[in-house]
Design a protein around this ligand. Structure first.
Ligand code: CUA
Length: 398
């Protein structure tokens, strides 16, 4: 029995399996379409297809261009496949094999040129946009230095502290809405990557070099971001927020930050931290609180070995939304959990080398969490004032 006969006897490829494939394909298209549509909702803060800045709007344009070109290519290819399958299928009781061909110069030139043209249509606006981004970064009015630490972010605003000093905070990057912001990214340890999908594209944070991001946030709000380059054991717990607020609120926050504790409260002669419980002595080497004498901790990219292990500046800590770089909501219960055993919340963090379960007793934990939550302006956090104002405005309208 020859090969031909065998083919003839095997069950026909059948219309059913062809129809089945088409139905499966359609079903998959519908599901993917629904999933993509869900991604567009505003309730998804990590979605890059709900742009909220000039930069992400440009990225979105490129994304749409690629999407539509890919869709045209996909539909075109599928149509050709369906046409070929129908046009050249075995009809009736045809038994002859069709002519077997090898190579076709015209076709090969065509399917080399068409993809090249498609790629060129994508390449030109992509390069244009990349140049616009670096030009944008150069024009930034608000310069913010962001340092990748293991595993949190130090945020510095040169010139915003008294006497043209540097305002230092952590994990919450505040920027005024509608102004051009320039982020300068660097690291003194390993490579991280900084990405807030609604505001700007991913940018690596590398040792020994400053990478820049320029963007203009449009709408006040809280935008979420995280490290997107594997950087060690707590990489997935290295989050941040970008808080976009109207200029006057940003200014109010800067003022509150600089005045949180009057410097006259500090007692340098005794070495005590102003108003800090004795237990805070264990925190001094790594954490600074501005306008107290708890300012010996290293900050920034100092090349000495202590700078790598030092932790976030805790000024206005009581006004922060999160602790542990976006890992836990900032409240008393979570602070207790963190202070009892920081390594249990975030494995491998430097604080956990020093503070283990049992290092601080319950009374110290209570004292420290009260103290930390008290680190806010006497008049309340700038946000609280804004929320009260909003509530009043709403009442007024109603
Ligand atoms: Cu830092 Cu991943």
């Amino acid at each position: 029995m020859g090969r031909r006969d065998q083919d003839d006897q095997s069950p026909a490829p059948g219309r059913r399996s062809f129809a089945y494939r088409i139905v499966t394909l359609l079903a998959m298209t519908v599901v993917v379409g629904l999933v993509l549509a869900a991604c567009g909702a505003d309730s998804k803060p990590y979605s890059h297809i709900t742009p909220r800045s000039s930069t992400t709007r440009d990225i979105q344009s490129l994304y749409k261009l690629v999407f539509w070109l890919a869709l045209i290519v996909f539909v075109g290819v599928q149509m050709f496949i369906v046409y070929t399958a129908l046009r050249f299928r075995q009809r009736g009781n045809e038994v002859d094999r069709p002519a077997q061909i090898h190579g076709n110069k015209r076709l090969e030139i065509a399917w080399t040129l068409i993809p090249a043209a498609v790629l060129l249509v994508i390449l030109i606006p992509t390069i244009q946009t990349m140049y616009e981004f670096s030009a944008d970064a150069q024009e930034g009015e608000y310069v913010v230095d962001v340092y990748g630490k293991q595993w949190w972010w130090e945020v510095q605003y040169p010139g915003l502290a008294p006497n043209n000093g540097t305002l230092i905070t952590a994990n919450e990057v505040r920027v005024p809405a509608g102004r051009k912001v320039k982020l300068q990214l660097s690291s003194n340890n390993v490579i991280h990557s900084f990405w807030a999908p609604q505001l700007f594209g991913k940018m690596d944070v590398i040792p020994g070099h400053i990478n820049e991001i320029g963007f203009t946030p449009e709408k006040p709000g809280v935008y979420y971001g995280e490290c997107t380059e594997f950087c060690g054991v707590a990489h997935a717990l290295m989050r941040f927020t970008i808080i976009v607020e109207p200029q006057e609120e940003f200014d109010a926050w800067v003022a509150a930050y600089n005045n949180e504790r009057p410097a006259t409260d500090a007692k340098p002669e005794t070495g005590d931290v102003a108003d800090a419980p004795a237990a805070f002595g264990a925190c001094l080497a790594c954490h600074a609180v501005n306008n107290t004498n708890a300012v010996v901790a290293q900050a920034g990219m100092a090349s000495n070995p202590y700078s790598q292990g030092a932790g976030p500046n805790l000024t206005l800590f009581g006004c922060r939304d999160f602790i542990g770089a976006g890992v836990l909501a900032n409240n008393k219960e979570n602070l207790r959990t963190w202070l009892r055993n920081p390594g249990g919340v975030k494995e491998g963090n430097y604080m956990a080398l020093l503070i283990k379960e049992g290092t601080l007793n319950d009374a110290q934990i209570e004292e420290l969490s009260d103290y930390l939550l008290s680190l806010k302006p006497a008049a309340g956090c700038p946000e609280d004032a804004r929320e009260q104002q909003d509530a009043q405005d709403k009442q007024g309208e109603g």
